[in-house]
Structure formats: C-alpha cells, structure tokens
Design a binder for this molecule. Structure first.
Ligand code: ADP
Ligand code: ZN
Length: 621
C-alpha cells in the first residue's frame, strides 16, 4: 500500500538521533525521495550515507519496497549493515561470506519487499539471476531506488577503476523509472564527466559540495630519513592515536610496520600480498581497537569509515591529487582535528614518472596521467597555501587556510634560477662533449668542481661549467634538480641508467625566462628528549579534552562499556556510539531516558536498546 512519504527530518531525528541535515543533505534527500536521479560529490566524512539511507527508509515506509546499494567492498558490508541494525533499520547484504542457506533467506526477504536496504557488489547486481529478481520486484512496484556508492570506480581516470562498474549501465536501461543516486568523495572534472557518461546520468541533478575538510591540517616535508621523520611525527603529535601510513610497496610496508613496532607503536601491516585471513584480521583490529597504526599499500582504505583516524601519513608519493585527497580524507571523519602528512623527495618524482613511462597503456592515457602527476608535484613543491591549491584542483576557489604547513610556518624561498641555468647548461655541454648522458651525481660533481675519477676519465674538468656551482650546497642542487624534474624542465631516462636529458621546457629556464623558486630546505627536527615509556593514554583525546574530572571518569566507564557491547555484537565500537556521543553523555551526566534522547547520535532504537544501561554506567561512579 502506498502511503504518504514521511518527513525526512523526522527520520533523521528518530532513526539516527541527529538534529539537523548537513549542507546539501536535505536537498539531496528531497530530490531522491521525489524520484529524481542524483550525482553526489561530497568529501569523505561529509555524510553521504544518509543521502540514500533516508530516502530508502522514507520510500520503504511509503510502500515502495527495497533500495539496492551497490558497494564495491564485500569486507565492509557487514559493518555497514550492522550500523543500520543498531539504528533499527532492516538492512541486509548478499555476498560470498554468506552460506547458501543464509543467502536464500536474504533473497526471500528481499523478494517480499520487506528489506529496506540491500547491499551487494556490482558483480552480483549485474548477474542475470539478480537482475531477474529485480525485474520481479519492479513488476510489483517494490524496487525503490539504486544507490551506487564509490561511483568513481566506473572511471578509468579515477584511482580505483573497477571494470565491474561499467556493467551498471544496465540499471538505467532495464529499470528506467527507478531513481538512481551515485555518490563519490572524489572526482576532478574529467572523472566527473566520465561518471556521468558511463552511468548515463546526463539527466541527473548534480550536487557538488565544497571539498574542503577544514579539520585536516596538511603538511608536506622534504624526504631525508623518511622512517625517522615518520617516527618523530607520530611521537610528537599522535602518540597512542589511530592512523594510517601509506607506502608504495609491500616490502616497504612490512619494514616500516616492523620498525614502528620495535619503537613501541601498535602498528600492523596491510597489503594485497598478505594472506587473506591475516589481512582481514588486521583490518578488524584497526577498526575495532583504539590507537592502531595501519601501515599499508593503497589496497587498504576504500570504504574504511572509522571516524577517529587522527592522521594519514604518506611515506611515498601517490600517483595524483585525487588519490592523495581520497587517502588523506580518511583522517578525521568525526570532524575533530586530524593531520595529513607526506614526505616527498627526488626519488618519488623519478619513480612515478618511470611507472607512467613503462606502463603498457596508450600514449593518450599516459599523457593524462602525466598531467595529473604534474599537478601533485606542483602541490608538493608549493610554498603557498596547500589547501588553496588542493581545492583549486577540484575547481574551487578559496583563500589561505591558516591550517597547513605553509600557512602556519611560511617557508623561506630562495631564487634558484641561476643554479638551475648552470645545471642545465652543464648537462647540455656534457652531452655535446661526450655524446652520452650522465646521472645526477656526476653532473653535480662537475658543477661543484669535484675532481672525481669519472670526471678525469671523461675529461670533464675542461668544461667551461666545471666548478661554476661551487657556491651551492649539494642539498640546494638536489632541490633544484627535483623541481626541474617535477616541472618537466628536465627528464630522467629510466631506460638508460636514470641519466638526465634536456626537454622542450629546458629552454625557458636556460634562457632565464622561467624563474625557479625553491623552498629552503629545513633540517630534521631534533629528537624529543626524555621519551616517555608508556604510550597508553598519555595524551588525552581531543574529544574528551573539555570534560571535568568526573566527566573524564564517566567517559572512561562509558568507553569500557561500549567496548564490551561492541565485542558481544562483533561490531566496531563507533557503530554502537561515536566518541562524540559518549563525550556528550559524560558531560551531561543524564538522569533520565528523556535527558538522553536529546543527545546527538542517539536515535529511538539505540535509546531503547542501550538507554537504561547507559544511565546505569553513568550513575555508578
Ligand atoms: P561519507 O560517507 O560521506 O564519508 P558518512 O556517511 O560516513 O560520510 O558520515 C560521516 C559521519 O557523519 C558519520 O559518522 C555520520 O553518522 C555523521 N553524520 C552524517 N550526517 C550527519 C548529520 N546530519 N548530523 C550529524 N552527524 C551526521
Ligand atoms: Zn594553508
């Protein structure tokens, strides 16, 4: 029976315990409840889930049946569905972790139209069997909407291309009248166009939120001793807190995780080469325990919605800004202060360029990838506000943020134009004289006038540029080299022992037309003296910072209670209640259920399930 659609705000309050919609949520929810298609671009932590969950609940209550949620990661469906159950919503998933019997039971409930949200991966949704079941639902008016999560997976320009997503065009073709909402946290202009085209969303209304994540502070440091730099960053700023450290290779993941463990950090490795069970166990621990640092390749992270990740560190540079922004976006979903930290050096530039050059892709594709890499390199070399540049990349204008390294400690900039000209002309002359190219080390030796064996072997001390760069330090020249390579004014030939070659763009620099401005290199911060032995709870968490002594005690008691409940339900703690909700309870010291009802994050279902227990925990101390 079709009834009036209930008011979305009533659902927001009753089911999720939230007072107000955030940003464009209200408009999106109204549009989808009304049957419209939508493309939602909202940063991580912006609140995308509610954009389809509330329409699904509203449409189910009005008699429209089941919403199908297409989600790429089987491993995370369990927690997502668990969170909905906690809120009292009838949700289910269909994937290979279910036994045949369990899957049959879910299918039966789905076909009866009683499930509100059904999660499945794209490869399942597009099977003939599943499509036939959807036909049956639609014939009876019980197919309420499609939500396509992580929609950028459909695009080869995105950073998580999944060919299975391409087959999702069938949804539009076969179920034309059913509203579709596609969501992603990251898409630059070219990826966005691709999503629209691939998913046939030309008619969909686009809802583009600001991509700014003001609570994340961005820092990019020059890579020196990367591991030491990372350790100091964690020790100084994030002791005992949850974080993710991204590395390029599996081997490096293993090494760094071990080093961190040796230094007393609770770190775990995660990469595609690990045994599936170990990988799953490590992910579970990261989600369920407090203060774990996950050292991982990019295989880790999509769909990780742990809200209290306090930092994301990159020990190696990602491929492009989209990847960087998506990965750093996993920090601070709860809106509390969080950090994005990256160490970047010459080797990163060389590696990333080489990977593009050596990839089997066509030249057009490589050209796009080079352009994207260049944008990231420019960000890394920048001496002005990182956030302005990041947002600029996504087409958003802004003013200096006051919460990035360059805003907080403006770097000293030196004019490297002269050094760059001398470097390039040395490369030119060496090539002229010897007919072959050389690597960075030899070129710098000539510039700085070092009479090495190689220099005399090739007679390079007779070059007019021999020794003309003696005034520059090696660190300075390396900086110049890195920036020349980063901006394409110099190329590294990976096929020929990483030798240096001039490019079209070298000319402008050689002629003095292109100015080369560089950040002054900063030395490593000194090691912290008197390192504390204990890492447990040394720093009070940002969430609990404003509590009184009794409040802190209540907060601790509530956390212990939550950990027990989470374990009993086999769910991450934040699915039961967020830290912020526990802190609000601790601060208020509620006496009655009615007091509890007003706290953000406590909906009707949780109030009924946990209200009495929470009151008891709070009153005990
Ligand atoms: P995204 O998928 O966009 O990264 P989520 O849907 O996971 O973000 O939401 C991020 C967090 O914000 C979640 O913990 C969610 O419960 C919370 N949230 C979303 N919308 C609201 C709201 N209107 N009021 C309060 N909290 C909200
Ligand atoms: Zn800034």
């Amino acid at each position: 029976m079709i009834t009036d659609t209930p008011a979305p705000r009533a659902i927001l309050h009753e089911v999720f315990g939230y007072e107000q919609f955030r940003g464009p949520q209200a408009a999106i929810v109204d549009h989808v409840i009304g049957g419209g298609d939508a493309l939602v671009l909202m940063p991580t932590g912006g609140g995308k889930s509610l954009c389809y969950q509330i329409p699904a609940i509203a449409r189910q209550r009005a008699g429209h049946g089941v919403a199908i949620v297409v989600s790429p990661l089987i491993a995370l469906m369990h927690d997502q569905v668990g969170a909905l159950h906690e809120a009292g919503v009838d949700a289910a998933f269909l994937n290979s972790t279910l036994s045949g019997e369990e899957a049959n039971a879910v299918e039966k409930r789905m076909l009866s139209g009683e499930v509100t949200l059904l999660y499945a991966a794209p490869e399942r949704v597009t099977t003939p069997r599943f499509l036939a079941q959807l036909d049956s639902l639609q014939e009876r008016g019980l197919l309420s909407l499609f939500a396509i999560d992580e929609a950028h997976c459909v695009s080869q320009w995105g950073h998580d291309f999944r060919p299975e997503y391409r087959a999702l065009t069938v949804l539009h073709e076969r179920f034309a009248g059913v509203p579709r909402i596609a969501l992603t946290a990251t898409a630059d202009a070219i990826t966005r166009e691709d999503i629209v085209e691939r998913l046939q969303l030309e008619e969909a209304q686009q809802f583009v939120s600001s991509f700014d994540r003001p609570n994340i502070s961005y820092t990019i440091v020059e890579k020196k001793e990367a591991t030491t730099q990372l350790l100091r960053f964690i020790e100084r700023e994030h002791e005992g807190e949850a974080g993710i450290v991204y590395c390029q290779s599996r081997k490096r993941v293993e090494e760094i995780a071990q080093t961190l463990v040796n230094e007393g950090v609770s770190a775990l490795p995660y990469h595609a080469g690990l045994d599936a069970q170990v990988r799953q166990a490590n992910q579970d621990r990261f989600l369920r325990e407090d203060g774990i640092v996950m050292v991982a390749t990019i295989a880790f992270g999509m769909g990780i919605d742990k809200p209290d990740v306090r930092f994301v560190a990159h020990l190696d540079m990602p491929k492009n800004i989209e990847g960087y922004y998506q990965e750093t976006g996993r920090a601070g979903r709860d809106g509390m202060p969080a950090a994005a930290w990256m160490a970047y050096g010459l080797q990163d530039v060389v590696n990333q360029r080489r990977m593009i050059d050596e990839s089997p892709a066509g030249e057009d594709y490589k050209q796009v990838m080079r352009g994207k890499l260049d944008a990231l390199l420019t960000l890394a070399e920048a001496a002005d506000c990182r956030r302005v540049r990041l947002l600029g990349y996504f087409g958003e204008a802004s003013t200096p943020c006051g919460n990035c390294d360059n805003c907080l400690t403006p770097p000293t900039v030196w004019d490297g134009t002269d050094a760059a000209r001398k470097l390039l002309s040395t490369i030119y002359r060496v090539q002229q004289q010897s007919g072959i190219s050389f690597g960075a080390g030899h070129i710098m030796d000539i510039l700085r006038g070092k009479a090495t064996e190689k220099v005399s072997q090739f007679g390079h001390q007779s070059l007019t540029t021999f020794g003309i760069g003696a005034a520059f330090s090696e660190v300075q020249l390396r900086g110049v080299l890195r920036q020349l390579i980063a901006t394409g004014a110099l190329a590294v030939d990976a096929q020929a022992f990483n030798t240096l070659k001039l490019t079209e763009a070298s000319r402008g620099v050689l002629k003095g037309e292109t100015q080369v401005l560089l950040r002054e290199s900063v030395s490593l911060p000194p090691e912290r003296r008197g390192r504390t032995g204990s890492r447990s709870g040394a720093t009070p968490s940002a969430v609990a910072a404003s509590l009184t002594t009794e409040g802190v005690a209540r907060y601790a008691a509530l956390k212990a209670w939550r950990a027990e409940v989470a374990r009993a339900h086999n769910l991450p703690a934040y699915v039961i209640f967020h830290d912020a909700t526990l802190a609000a309870i601790a601060a208020m010291a509620p006496q009655t259920l009615a007091d509890l009802r007003d706290i953000s994050g406590i909906g009707a279902s949780k109030l009924e399930k946990y209200g009495e227990e929470v009151l008891r925990v709070v009153l005990l101390d």
